[in-house]
Design a protein around this ligand. Structure first.
Ligand code: SIN
Length: 333
């Protein structure tokens, strides 16, 4: 009896620690990210051929801390083109963990396909004792090649857990259990197969209003991190008026220091969208906040962390500049 053909998974390699090497196998910190190529990764994990027919593509070879919005958008267009091909069943993106959550979230909102797209990374370089890259890569291919993963939006697979790109955050600097979601993982990888326990409530991929085909550049957006003693001149230092959006990572429920209100308002009048987020690491930012720290026309982030709020602000601005509409977008996704 002939076996059904294995799914075809394209592996897009971006670099990162998963492709990093150090001089010594006991050195898991003093290494260079993105030094080995996709072929080396495929050779190191030949077991993936039990899950899928694999095509490897070296999209970038970098430390993800150097990722630009231009390259991020180019990656989205490349993934979109691959997903449109009938011979491609799923995508695995190997990526540095430092900005993996931003890449995953942008793709989650702009890829109009139900085919699985999975991001994986590693906390230890490929040369390290007990490197986590090979098992994360194998698990990523297992998830991307399984029909149960279709229609769940973009997924992040790390340390045998499957997370939705909407929620997942890097929460540790060195531990291999570095990725967590505030409401828990969607599922786990057990014996080389994905097992799901929950779905994603907010719209993604095929359900969003963002039209990747019409986006050839992302509006410029940045983050200001609140701290005691924050100098209000920081807003002019970052040329606020030339930013399409500023996410203010504020205190508690998105609280903005009274010193910051005037410069942020000046930036808003110069055309910058002001988005209130929180630096606390979790929880909602409500439209009505602590006394005096909310101004009409400012946006509150729902529960998004500042890096993902920045991505969502960029995408919202490709659709509208109306603050009420931007607030609707934040409350929707
Ligand atoms: C990077 O993000 O490229 C380096 C760090 C990592 O992958 O863990």
């Amino acid at each position: 009896m002939t076996q059904p053909a294995l799914p075809h998974v394209v592996v897009l390699a971006m670099g990162g620690t998963i492709a990093g090497t150090a001089a010594s196998s006991t050195d898991a910190t003093g290494y260079r990210a993105g030094t080995t190529g996709v072929d080396a990764m495929l050779a190191a994990v030949p077991e993936v051929v039990t899950k899928a027919r694999i095509t490897g593509e070296q999209f970038a070879q970098m430390d993800s801390s150097d990722l630009t919005d231009e390259l991020l958008l180019a990656l989205a267009h490349r993934v979109d083109a691959l997903l449109a091909r009938p011979d491609v069943d799923g995508i695995v993106i190997t990526h540095g963990t430092d900005t993996l959550e931003e890449t995953a979230y942008l793709l989650h909102l702009v890829l109009a396909s139900a085919k699985p797209v999975v991001l994986v990374g590693a906390m230890r370089p490929a040369s390290a004792l007990s490197a986590d890259g090979p098992i994360n890569f194998f698990a990523g291919v297992a998830v991307a090649s399984d029909p149960a993963s279709a229609g769940r939006g973009v997924l992040v697979v790390m340390n045998d857990e499957i997370h939705t790109a909407r929620d997942v955050t890097k929460t540790a600097s060195l531990s291999i259990h570095a990725f967590e979601s505030p409401y828990g993982a969607l599922g786990v990888v057990v014996a080389g197969r994905p097992v799901y326990y929950r779905g994603v409530a907010r719209p993604h991929t095929t359900q969003t209003e963002f039209d990747l085909a019409a986006i050839d550049t992302l509006p410029r957006a940045g983050i200001i991190y609140a701290h005691s003693g924050l100098d209000e001149r920081v807003v002019s230092l970052v040329e606020a008026g030339r930013y399409a959006a500023i996410v203010h990572a504020g205190f508690g429920n998105g609280t903005v220091s009274s010193r910051m209100i005037e410069p942020l308002e000046a930036a808003r009048h110069a055309g910058t969208v002001i988005v209130r987020a929180t630096r606390t690491g979790s929880g909602h930012v409500t439209a009505v906040g602590a006394s005096g720290s909310v101004v009409d026309g400012w946006i509150s982030v729902d529960d998004q962390n500042p890096p993902r709020a920045r991505i969502l602000a960029c995408l919202a601005l490709t659709v509208t500049r109306d603050p009420a509409e931007i607030q609707r977008i934040f409350d929707t996704y």
